[in-house]
Design a protein around this ligand. Structure first.
Ligand SMILES: [Cu+2]
Length: 371
C-alpha cells in the first residue's frame, strides 16, 4: 500500500484503487472470456450460428450492475473531492508563491519568509497560492498528500492538507513552466508541534536579529545576502518607494514633492545610513513620507544602502559613533521582536532567550503557543 499520510491521501487512494481495480477485473474478465469463446465457437467446431432475438434478463443485468458500479465509483471519488474543498476551521496559513523557478513560502501569522516549507504534524494547513503577475502558470503538487493546485499569475488559489506523520516530503511543480521546470523542487518538512515552534522562533530570531556595525558600514555585508537574510533592496524599493521617488530615485513619481534622492541637497535628515534608518522608522512628520514599521531593521539598513546608490556625489560615510547612537536610540543590539501579530509573551521570551544563550538554539525551550 501507498503511505497514508493524510485523510485526503486515503480518500484519493480508495477511489484510485476502486477504479483501477475494477478496470483490471474487467480487462482480465473480458479478455479471458473473449479468448475462450473464440476457441470454443471457432468455425471448424460450429458451422452454424444460433440466432438470438434478445434476452431481457441478461440485458437488465448488464445494465444494472455496471450502473451500480459507476455510481459507487462516483460517490467514492466525490467523498474525497468534497473533503479537499472543506478546510477545517483550526487551520494555519502558508502563502506560497511560484515563480520561474522556485517556490517561496511566507507565514503571515508568524511574519517569516522561507525557502523551505515546515509545518506541524496533525494541523490542517491552508496553502494560499499565487504567482507574480508577470510570471507563468505553475502547479503546486504534493504527491504524498495527493493534492495539486495551479498557482496563477496575479490570482489567488488554494488547497489544504493535514499531515498525520512526521517526515520530509517533496514539493513539485506539475505545470511545464519553462527551462528549469524540472528543478522547481522544494521540501516540505512535517515536524512535531514543539519542533515547529522552535523553528518559527529560529526564523524570527534570524530575521529580527541584532544589528551589526559592519552591516551599517558595508552594503556588501554577507548578512544581506542570499545565504542569510536574503534581502533584495532593489525589489523592496521598487515595491514600496518607486511610486513616489521614481525607479531611478529622481523623485519623478511625485515631482516637486518627493525627495530627489540623486542629490544630497536640502535633506531633512542626512543621506547617512543611520539617518535614512530614522526616516524609515519614524517617517517625516507632515509629509507623505510615512514610517515603514513593517520592515525589519535589517531591511531598513539594506534599503538605506540602496537609496544611497542613487546619489551622484559620494554620500557621507557613517561613523561607529553614528552607529552607537542609532543602536542606543532603538535598542538594536537586541532581537527586534516582530511588531504586528506576535503575542507580547512570545516576543519577551525571544528577547530573554537571546540574551541568555546565543549559541544554544537546540536546548532552547519551546515557546508557549504558536500564534
Ligand atoms: Cu513551475
Amino acid at each position: 500500500m501507498m503511505p497514508a499520510t493524510s485523510n485526503i491521501t486515503r480518500e484519493v487512494d480508495r477511489a484510485f484503487l476502486l477504479i483501477g481495480g475494477m478496470s483490471l477485473v474487467l480487462l482480465i474478465g473480458i479478455t479471458v472470456a473473449m479468448v475462450l469463446l473464440a476457441v470454443r465457437f471457432r468455425r471448424s467446431r460450429a458451422r452454424t450460428t444460433t440466432q438470438f432475438e434478445g434476452n431481457t434478463l441478461l440485458e437488465i443485468t448488464w445494465t444494472i450492475i455496471p450502473t451500480i458500479i459507476v455510481i459507487w465509483m462516483f460517490f467514492v471519488g466525490y467523498k474525497g473531492f468534497a473533503l479537499m474543498g472543506r478546510v477545517p476551521d483550526d487551520h494555519m496559513v502558508v502563502q506560497v508563491t511560484g515563480k520561474q523557478w522556485v517556490w517561496s513560502f511566507s507565514y503571515p501569522g508568524e511574519l517569516i519568509d522561507t525557502t523551505e516549507m515546515v509545518v506541524p504534524v496533525n494541523k490542517p494547513v491552508l496553502v494560499e497560492l499565487t504567482a507574480p503577475p508577470e510570471d507563468v502558470v505553475h502547479s503546486f503538487y504534493l504527491p504524498d498528500f495527493r493534492v495539486k493546485e495551479d498557482a496563477l499569475p496575479g490570482q489567488a488559489t488554494s488547497l489544504w492538507f493535514e499531515a498525520e506523520r512526521e517526515g520530509t516530503y517533496t514539493i513539485l511543480c506539475a505545470e511545464f513552466c519553462g527551462k528549469d521546470h524540472s528543478k522547481m523542487v522544494s521540501l516540505l518538512k512535517v515536524v512535531s508541534a514543539e519542533a515547529y515552534d522552535r523553528w518559527v522562533n529560529d526564523q524570527q530570531m534570524k530575521k529580527y536579529r541584532p544589528m551589526e556595525l559592519e552591516a551599517v558600514l558595508n552594503p556588501q555585508h554577507p548578512g544581506f545576502g542570499e545565504d542569510e537574510l536574503n534581502i533584495d533592496s532593489e525589489v523592496i524599493f521598487a515595491a514600496f518607494c518607486a511610486s513616489c521617488h521614481g525607479a531611478t530615485g529622481d523623485g519623478s513619481g511625485l515631482p516637486g514633492i518627493a525627495r530627489d534622492l540623486t542629490s544630497s541637497d536640502g535633506w531633512k535628515r542626512s543621506p547617512k545610513v543611520v539617518d535614512i534608518y530614522r526616516t524609515l522608522t519614524e517617517g517625516i512628520e507632515g509629509t507623505q513620507m510615512r514610517a515603514y514599521s513593517n520592515f525589519t531593521p535589517w531591511e531598513r539598513v539594506g534599503v538605506a544602502h540602496y537609496v544611497r546608490l542613487f546619489s551622484k556625489e559620494p554620500p557621507p560615510q557613517d561613523t561607529p559613533q553614528d552607529y552607537e547612537a542609532l543602536v542606543a536610540e532603538y535598542g538594536l543590539d537586541k532581537v527586534q521582536a516582530p511588531k504586528e501579530t506576535i503575542p507580547i509573551e512570545q516576543a519577551m521570551e525571544i528577547l530573554v532567550i537571546e540574551a541568555g544563550s546565543p549559541e544554544s538554539s537546540k536546548e532552547r525551550p519551546a515557546s508557549a503557543e504558536t500564534p
